[in-house]
Design a protein around this ligand. Sequence first.
Ligand SMILES: NC(=O)c1ccc[n+]([C@@H]2O[C@H](COP(=O)([O-])OP(=O)(O)OC[C@H]3O[C@@H](n4cnc5c(N)ncnc54)[C@H](OP(=O)(O)O)[C@@H]3O)[C@@H](O)[C@H]2O)c1
Length: 306
Amino acid sequence: MKYMKIAQTDLEVSRLALGCMRLSSRSLQEAEQLIGTALDLGINFFDHADIYGGGECERLFGQVLAKHPEWREKMVLQSKCGIVPGVAYDLSREHILAKVKESLANLQTDHLDVLLLHRPDALMDPREVARAFDECYAQGWVRYFGVSNMNPRQIELIGKYSAHPLVINQLQFNLVNSGMIDTGINVNMKNAASLDHDDSVLDYCYYHEMTIQPWSILQASWEEGNFIDHPDYAKLNQSLEEMGQRYGLSKAAMSVAWILRHPAMMQPIAGTTSVTHLQELAKACDVTVSREDWYQLYMASGKTLP
Ligand SMILES: NC(=O)c1ccc[n+]([C@@H]2O[C@H](COP(=O)([O-])OP(=O)(O)OC[C@H]3O[C@@H](n4cnc5c(N)ncnc54)[C@H](OP(=O)(O)O)[C@@H]3O)[C@@H](O)[C@H]2O)c1
């Protein structure tokens, strides 16, 4: 496993992280095996959210930690709050504090290494967020803070009031869903790819050394599902297969190696709950995709270059 530092923190984290959004589909024994395998592979970063599995994903993870308390110090634990299922979004001070307390209880830990604000809340008051951060930090509940699915202006708005730097932005990104890169490649063009949907968030995070954590690294979209072996992405799958053979990687791992190649040092979050798939994906960290292959895969996913 390769490691990287999250800027403005003392966190040394594995290049690949394990996302726990689907963990509740597994038994306690399977969850224990998955988390143990991740640690054996050198994966030390685990991503949660209060809402995953209605809280069940955090609870299951907490039960595993209760069985293996010695694992906690090897881990960097992250959770998120701000989405309220069936309601909308809530980044009020009260909500953040209540959800952090709940996550700590569920995860059976005394602190989160990182707390992310899960999604923008149109009614967010950045002063309240800043107070919530201060209180979480003062109580020892959270060490570092970040955001998810936020654009540069939203980050700056929170940053204006927060005494704590925002060190991570978790964003949807993969070979198929590569809008963050398309805009940069198509600057000053009149085609659809030149449209900037997120205010150059990739360049912004790169410039400010905020770690980007790509989520849903294999999903084309919620509707289409996984692009691996999907008939609509035949050309991409053919290129992944061919290159995967050269690099000694599966198609899924090749897709992760493509993300890892970006010099912004993104930290992809793998959402698999399968030990075999996780072992497969971890191999992506051992290779460096050539420039030529990187662009070839980009174009095989249906993009064109100006
Ligand atoms: N910030 C946000 O708004 C946000 C949104 C969504 C997700 N997330 C985070 O990102 C993480 C990943 O999201 P995701 O689960 O949608 O991402 P993903 O890694 O793209 O998808 C994983 C899914 O692909 C399946 N899969 C099929 N073949 C696979 C293979 N060869 N290798 C690996 N997986 C394969 C997995 O099934 P198996 O389990 O059978 O392998 C699993 O159902 C989540 O756990 C969560 O932590 C964040």
